[in-house]
Design a protein around this ligand. Structure first.
Ligand SMILES: Cc1cc2nc3c(=O)[nH]c(=O)nc-3n(C[C@H](O)[C@H](O)[C@H](O)COP(=O)(O)OP(=O)(O)OC[C@H]3O[C@@H](n4cnc5c(N)ncnc54)[C@H](O)[C@@H]3O)c2cc1C
Length: 456
């Protein structure tokens, strides 16, 4: 059979097809990480599942790279390629909330900002990322870590079903009842198995939260991290929090004399009763002198969007990641050495707690294998000027080299860079062979390989 031509694709697709030379191509080919400069043959802004099917078929028949793009936040830039095809789902961003069953169905191009806005109206939320512009799709398929993880598990633990277009162009529903093996693999296995056109999530009663930002002097890193490693094991699960290295931006609640200096901070989200927030924050306040703080009740989506201004699209990104069961003295020593050297206001290092509900899921219940890990560390290099790439990448690599020996073999696939493919088996440890078997069944030709790739 003759391969479909680009013109045939254009007539089959209801959304926009943007090829090199078309108006808007230069914008359409860009992804969030400004370091990624690739020129796909065609970008299809899919309008519906039919468009996704047609585009998968087109890419498969031509044997070219196929990228899937939801929120576009992939640090390795998996959402684009050279001379291949891009499925851009950004236009497919509808969310339907069912307040009776406390569930939501969201299309694959939705961001957490859009999702949280829709569910907030019903006083509901589920675990999502800490930045509003991140896509629900990539984040959920890799696992999904956020403020609500300790209480409600990973994003993928809240996934009830997914609509999927597979490599052979079929439309399947994956859930505990249908295509259970595919459903298992989607919950942590990333974009390896098909294009998820919509996600159905379990929601929970979360509406207005109390947010807390606490800035401590940089010479108190040891006190802050030693406190955190014990405190977070016992703290109420209504408390989502993480320590971060952060250069103080010029914000009104930070004394002007401190702007531009590095700090060790806690970012907190209290989802319990608002009147209990101060009790929850009390031990946090005692760790070390507080140079600046911002504590306020607010809608959950406001906290979710609070840091977006620090992270506009187009920054250069280079990240490294690890899981750990313990925050060892050795790890704290590495943080002490490299954290205070955080080079720019956009860059950071976070140590997310993934205990609580995320640990109560069996290691083989979903593809996300690290149910024994208590911490997910990310060293996130993010800076505006490509001229500073060498310096910033070096900071991330040196930092990672120092922390990694204190960590588990694998890390969180969604926090990794393009040069981390050799860690793929470690990232899934005991679940890897089963993932390969599911990959062989649903994508034997590895059509979906623009990802942390599980080879069939
Ligand atoms: C600023 C920033 C903040 C972040 N914060 C968090 C956080 O708080 N918690 C967290 O867990 N992670 C976080 N991440 C990491 C994030 O989970 C990954 O970058 C994730 O891949 C982003 O998903 P996306 O849809 O935005 O990205 P995209 O680049 O659109 O997609 C990434 C990859 O996911 C797969 N994919 C995307 N959509 C689909 C689909 N519909 N069907 C099948 N496969 C698909 C594809 O392989 C694709 O290449 C953050 C990343 C950034 C850059």
């Amino acid at each position: 059979m003759a391969k479909p031509t680009l013109e045939e694709l254009r007539t089959r697709v209801f959304g926009q097809t943007i090829a090199a030379g078309d108006d808007g191509y230069e914008t359409a080919r860009k992804v969030y990480n400004g370091m990624i400069d690739r020129r796909p043959r065609v970008i299809v802004r899919c309008a519906d599942v039919g468009d996704v099917m047609a585009t998968v078929e087109f890419a498969r028949e031509h044997g070219v790279d196929l990228s899937i793009r939801g929120g576009s936040h992939s640090v390795p830039g998996f959402g684009t390629n050279d001379d291949g095809v891009v499925i851009d789902l950004a236009q497919m961003n509808g969310v339907r909330v069912d307040p009776q069953t406390k569930t939501a169905r969201a299309e694959g191009g939705c961001t957490w900002g859009g999702f949280n806005h829709a569910t907030y109206a019903f006083g509901l939320a589920t675990t999502g990322g800490i930045i509003a512009s991140t896509g629900i799709a990539g984040l959920t398929l890799g696992g999904g870590i956020g403020y609500l993880t300790r209480k409600f598990g990973l994003s993928c633990d809240n996934l009830l079903s997914a609509d999927v277009v597979t490599a052979d162009g079929r439309f399947l529903v994956a859930s505990k009842k249908e295509n259970e093996d595919l459903f298992w693999a989607l919950r942590g296995g990333g974009g390896n198995f098909g294009v998820v056109t919509s996600f159905e999530y379990q929601l929970h009663p979360v509406k207005d939260i109390v947010a807390g930002l606490f800035f401590y002097p940089i010479d108190r890193v040891r006190d802050v991290l030693e406190f955190y490693r014990d405190f977070i094991q016992k703290a109420p699960e209504e408390l989502g929090m993480f320590p971060a290295f952060q250069i103080a931006p010029p914000l009104p609640f930070i004394p002007a004399a401190e702007h531009g200096k590095p700090f060790i901070i806690f970012v907190c989200c209290w989802t319990g009763r608002p009147e209990d927030a101060e009790k929850a924050f009390a031990p946090i306040r005692k760790v070390a002198p507080i140079v600046a703080e911002m504590v306020a009740p607010m809608p959950y989506p406001v906290l979710n969007g609070m840091f977006d201004a620090l992270l506009p699209a187009g920054l250069q990104h280079y990240w490294k990641a690890d899981f750990a069961t313990e925050l060892t003295d050795g790890a704290i020593k590495a943080h002490l050495e490299y954290g205070p050297k955080v080079p720019v206001v956009n860059s950071t290092m976070h140590i997310y707690p993934i205990n609580g509900a995320a640990n109560r899921v069996a290691a083989d219940a979903t593809a996300f294998a690290y149910r024994d890990a208590k911490f997910a560390t990310v060293i996130a290099g993010m800076w505006p000027d490509p001229a500073d790439n060498d310096k910033n990448i070096k900071w991330v690599k040196d930092y990672y080299r120092a922390v990694h020996p204190n960590s588990l073999a694998g890390g969180y696939v969604n926090f990794m860079s393009g040069d981390d493919q050799e860690r793929i088996k470690d990232n899934y440890k005991g679940n890897y062979d089963r993932l390969v078997a599911v990959k062989k069944k649903y994508d034997p030709a590895n059509v979906f390989h623009m990802n942390q790739n599980i080879k069939p």
